[in-house]
Design a protein around this ligand. Structure first.
Ligand code: SF4
Length: 195
């Protein structure tokens, strides 16, 4: 089948493309992530994905970076924890637009790299995809059968940039907050033996 693969980042893309090809599909990537903040980070992840597409030899379509749409969709969910309702809306927006493009361009199916992350609920992602189009959505859990491990291997092979937060401003804030906590815990520990 001709599959349109929604790609969240380069690290997740390579192993998913490999898996779909092993299943006998032809893959076209779709980088569509208006959730990513700040714009510099968006460009970095896009550039890395373009590099992987070139090295792995698959076509890549680049979606709009329409931050406004993402903000509207997630309004009121700013304080949700990662993995909560905000994330479900974030997945929904990205998958709806992937489905729209798949229909417009006549793809046989669409799916997403999002399920390769051990931090993301594959069942919820697959349910969203099936609700958008039971006919077109390919249910997958790319983290299974060491999928995430394979993604790490390919990331090392291609020396890919590996981000340390999911993407949106809230996940960035959370990471920075945790980073500060870890830093202060660390300095407390350093002092401890001397006291
Ligand atoms: S934490 Fe990740 S999945 Fe959740 S809203 Fe932010 S970017 Fe989207």
């Amino acid at each position: 089948m001709n599959v349109l693969l929604h790609i969240c980042c380069a690290v997740c893309a390579s192993a998913c493309v490999e898996k779909l090809r092993q299943e006998g599909h032809r893959v076209c990537g779709f980088f569509y992530n208006p959730n990513i903040h700040p714009p510099g980070e968006y460009l970095k992840r896009l550039h890395e994905t373009e590099e992987v597409a070139r090295k792995e030899g698959f076509s890549l379509i680049i979606g709009d970076y329409n931050v406004h749409n993402w903000s509207v969709r997630t309004t009121g969910l700013e304080d949700e924890a990662e993995g909560g309702k905000r994330c479900l809306e974030c997945f929904g927006l990205r998958l709806e637009n992937t489905a729209r493009l798949a229909r417009e361009k006549g793809f046989d199916a669409f799916t997403t790299t999002l399920t390769i992350s051990p931090h993301k609920n594959s069942q919820a992602i697959n349910e969203i995809g099936r609700n958008i189009s039971d006919e077109l959505f390919l249910v997958r859990d790319f983290k299974k059968k060491d999928g995430f491990k394979r993604a790490q291997e390919l990331a090392r092979k291609y020396s890919l940039y590996h981000q340390n937060y999911c993407g949106c401003i809230y996940s960035l804030n959370e990471r920075q907050k945790n980073g500060r906590i870890q830093k202060s815990t660390c300095s407390l520990r350093t002092k401890s033996p001397a006291s």
